[in-house]
Design a protein around this ligand. Structure first.
Ligand code: BG6
Length: 512
């Protein structure tokens, strides 16, 4: 406990963050996400003493893996991917309660074995425990897993009590509106909505949570946060990585499904939502859904609201890299977009007439995610008439990652006998103020699901509202194939068609 109170991020948490005894079952236990994110998240929660004393980890997968081997795989994953080094004491406590169950996802008998395994854990400690199912498999098996959780009685276990079963579902949550609706329908057959935690790992990022804190704990923002003072909003999620070894997945997905429909829309919802009546899950999610519903259908015609492109060969950090079509597992004439840009109009009192621009791409010049709020310029009465006055409009930018922080561009007088102006950047950096060992998104999300807090998860109607907006785009792009698909050199800031969307309203993309 002493360690908790010393750690600046955890101060205060020990008072109210007691997770109840829990068995976490990971479906897809030998998968990439489990190794890269889930096991390290559980481990780091253990290091911070945030796991309950009766914490059990059960891996589930098709492959037969002995318990001991699963523990070794988990330790290796921690060594490779954890933000903190493997400490034998901390890991030993978790490892002693770590086991593995092999079984198919459509094999009811295997789910009965899993149920018996959990019952055995409860018997060994003489108390009931909640089960948190983490579905981290390819989406093709979401449905059989859910149905078997229902059929085996695991989903309904302790329903009506605080330690009811809970389920986390990894993305992608559907691939269009119809599939998202179907997945929601299956979920509802088996679980109550309050048992369901749909992941968007962006919500677990510190800076994304800080967005709400900045907006609603500082009185200076709210009076300006509307169409009277804000000219436009730009949301950028740029990645340096290419498609890498994930060609098989990405060919079915593309940038719109992989990044825009989920991550950038979450950033938009938190930026544009009305103040919630309380800082709690339902109140926040109600406001998010409300603002998403106010977004106008997209204009898909020429000069419309959407642009897409694919990266061509280029240079990254001085090295030449192949184009998308030359990557492993990509169809020779693939029309999959690796970049998308969208202009959204929110038709409500706060935002009517303020364009929200979203863009995301792989193989871009630099990895950066940010939300830039561009304010209207000051009236041009005093400083606008001469080129001595290099007047900028104010921009508030939330730097989501890397180099997490917040900055504000202000005009300042250059010291000297003449009045000359220069825009300067006033910055706050997390790392400088708080140190750099910030918890990973998955730590926060696994902990929140364990304690039953759905604030940072997506509600069923939220997922459907976003798919509703983008499904016509996906259909139009599928129909058009490569016609209208622009290209950009790897290592650049994206294609010309994306600049054109902004140029229509005399805007340009900010260089983050
Ligand atoms: C995932 C996408 O959801 O987010 C990946 O499937 C992408 O394609 C990743 O690379 C980006 O996440 P982060 O946390 O690195 O910004």
């Amino acid at each position: 406990m002493a360690e908790i109170s010393r750690h600046p991020f955890l101060q205060g948490l020990s008072k109210h963050r007691g997770a109840p005894p829990t068995v976490v079952v990971i479906f897809g236990a030998s998968g990439d996400l489990t190794a890269r994110k889930l096991i390290p998240a559980v481990y780091n929660l253990g290091v911070d003493n945030l796991l309950p004393a009766d914490f059990y980890l059960v891996g589930y997968g098709r492959k037969a893996i002995p318990d001991e081997e699963f523990r070794t795989l988990a330790a290796d994953a921690i060594k490779e991917f954890s933000r903190r080094e493997l400490n034998q004491d901390s890991w030993g406590r978790i490892a002693a309660h770590t086991s593995y169950v092999a079984g198919g996802y459509d094999d009811k008998a295997a789910f009965d074995r899993l149920a018996a395994h959990i019952a055995q854990i409860e018997k060994s400690i003489g108390r009931e425990v909640q089960t948190l199912f983490y579905i981290s498999t390819p989406p093709s098996v979401f449905e059989p897993i859910l149905l078997n959780l229902g059929a085996s009685g695991l989903a309904a276990k302790y329903i009506g009590q605080a330690h009811h079963a809970k389920v986390i579902i990894e993305k992608p949550f559907g691939h269009d509106l119809a599939s998202a609706q179907q997945l929601n329908a299956t979920l509802r057959r088996v679980f109550e909505e309050y048992q369901v935690y749909r992941i968007d790992h962006y919500l677990g990022k510190e800076t994304v949570q800080d967005l709400l804190v900045q907006r609603f704990s500082n009185a200076i923002f709210e009076p300006l946060w509307n169409r009277n003072f804000i000219d436009s909003v730009q949301i950028t999620v740029a990645e340096e990585v290419g498609v890498g070894a994930r060609g098989g997945y990405y060919e079915q997905s593309g940038c719109l499904r992989d990044m825009i429909q989920n991550h950038t829309m979450q950033l938009l919802a938190l930026t544009a939502m009305e103040p919630p009546v309380a800082y709690e899950a339902e109140a926040i999610r109600d406001e998010k859904v409300k603002v998403l519903k106010a977004i106008q259908p997209l204009n898909l015609g020429p000069g419309g609201d959407v642009a897409r492109a694919q990266y061509a060969a280029g240079m990254m950090a001085g090295k030449s890299v192949p184009g998308y079509l030359q990557e492993e597992g990509i169809a020779p004439q693939s029309a999959t977009e690796t970049y998308a840009a969208i202009r959204l109009s929110i038709n409500n009192w706060r935002w009517q007439g303020v364009p929200f621009y979203l863009r995301s791409g792989k193989r871009m010049a630099r990895r950066v995610s940010e939300i830039a709020i561009n304010f209207k310029p000051a009236p041009g009465t005093l400083f606008a008439e001469s080129n001595r006055f290099n007047l900028a409009a104010n921009t508030l930018s939330f730097q989501i990652q890397p180099d997490e922080g917040l900055s504000l561009i202000l005009n300042t007088k250059i010291p000297g006998l003449e009045t000359r102006l220069q825009p300067v950047k006033m910055s706050f950096r997390y790392a400088t103020t708080f140190g750099s060992n910030t918890p990973e998104a998955y730590e926060r999300l696994v902990l929140d699901a364990m304690i039953g807090d759905g604030t940072l998860f997506i509600r069923g109607d939220e997922a459907e509202t976003s798919w509703k907006l983008y499904t016509p785009v996906l259909e139009a792009w599928a129909k058009a194939g490569r016609t209208g698909l622009d290209s950009y050199a790897a290592g650049s800031w994206g294609p010309p068609c994306s600049d054109a969307i902004l140029a229509q309203k005399n805007h340009v993309w900010r260089q983050p």
